[in-house]
Design a protein around this ligand. Sequence first.
Ligand SMILES: Cc1cc2nc3c(=O)[nH]c(=O)nc-3n(C[C@H](O)[C@H](O)[C@H](O)COP(=O)(O)OP(=O)(O)OC[C@H]3O[C@@H](n4cnc5c(N)ncnc54)[C@H](O)[C@@H]3O)c2cc1C
Length: 491
Amino acid sequence: MGIRTGQQYKEGLRSPREVYINGERVTDVTQYPAFRRPIEAIAKLYDMKHDPRHQATLTFPSPTTGDLCDICFMPPKNAEELGKKTAAYKLFAKSTYGVMGRSPEFMNAHIMGIAESSKFFGKWGQQFEDNMNRYFEYVRENDLFLTHALGTPQIDRSKASHEQRDLFLHLGVKEETEEGIIVRGAKQLATMGPITDELLVFPNGRAFKEGDERYCMAFAIPVSTPGLKMLCRQPFVPNDDRNVYDHPFSSRFEENDAMVVFDDVLVPWERVFFYNNIEAANTMRFNADVSIHATHQATVRKLVKFGMAAAIASKLTDSVKTNVFPQVAERVGIIIAMLKSHESALFAAEQCGEYNDNGNWRPNKDFLEAQNILYSKNNEVIVDLIKQMGAAGLMLTPSGSDFFGPESENFQYYFSGANSDGFHRVQIAKMAWDFFGDAATQRLLHYERFYIGDPMFYAAGYSNRANIREWLDLTDELLAQGREQFSAKVQ
Ligand SMILES: Cc1cc2nc3c(=O)[nH]c(=O)nc-3n(C[C@H](O)[C@H](O)[C@H](O)COP(=O)(O)OP(=O)(O)OC[C@H]3O[C@@H](n4cnc5c(N)ncnc54)[C@H](O)[C@@H]3O)c2cc1C
């Protein structure tokens, strides 16, 4: 089949599914006000793949049928092909101004990376490796939109999964049948879950202990599987009536998050990648290519968001000419420097990659993980800098309709900027506030801090994973020099 249209994506969402939100069960997610615009934003991404202006950038021929497939599924053969994927990720991300972390590209890149590591699953049985390869091909050929749920519900973090007050609070295998495994319990959480086609479950890399075997599994099932329930958080933008002048981002791009409950769900054997396997659960996340292509896509998406931040800071300060003050210009300069250093790290990661065991190109893990760690910290700095430079202008923002209401002249006059009327100046301030201050975009900042897993564990793990051999050797050389003068005395 190959690439789908936006309409086909929307039709797929009409498959029966259990979605609960704001006190009701939603039967048709495409008609639910809080989902309608995000669904339109995603549908546009599917349509872009059919647009003759973008098709060459966004697609590649399927290795099995020759039909056009989404390029995010393409294992890159070298740095040049990885660069082509960067161009595609960027084009997709620009369509949502970098504020949708979980548009389909993220999981498309992720499942491609996981399939590149399919031999990992084969260590516990050839059928698991085959299952992963077949599943990846199925997703690629049908152009499906995936979500994933890795963690366990918070409930009581001081206890292991098997020590919780109920055996099946955390998702666990209840029984094995001829058809597959029956799973019960919950996973926290699945961003975009209600409006995706498929759910991928695997562990988040936190250490499982002896006794936790039943909780250690990886599988994939359709979101419409009987017994699967999405329990959504309250939406920040519950209706689809916000206008784009007042809320350019939050009016369209809010991503919902859901607790996923499995009420004795059958996972067919061909969809199981491992189960009852502590070793696989504790090592999968950081194995080979499992996460790195998703990280690469996210780094490109963040580049677009950084670019937007730099441009917003520049326009905001120019609109009221605070940019003539050196300390304000300095803040804009710092944000631009963050953008450029992010861009150069991304380029270096693409060029300084390596070939994996399949002969395909893997971006430089150390460089991308470093950017991942620094990005959410830089995000917080950026928000603070924009708040400092925007001051009251970020708050004193009438609605767009005030410029056409009874006091329109005064609104235009007193809200004007150095070189623009009120309508144009206020639009820039609104864009800045909606970029990071609205509840929906503050959620994105929270997402960006946590989406890779607990940032503390991630950075702690990085201190062991990252290669600093060259610098350890240099310090060893220095230490050896110091010891030399005592060589006669030291054994
Ligand atoms: C907006 C948003 C969207 C997300 N989307 C997804 C998604 O689509 N799919 C998905 O799988 N996940 C998703 N996540 C979940 C994300 O992976 C987790 O938030 C992250 O792994 C942290 O886990 P937690 O939230 O359960 O926090 P917890 O593990 O409960 O941690 C809370 C605090 O306790 C500390 N802590 C917890 N355990 C320990 C310990 N053993 N030792 C020391 N300190 C500890 C942590 O450092 C942290 O400060 C999303 C998160 C957010 C915020």
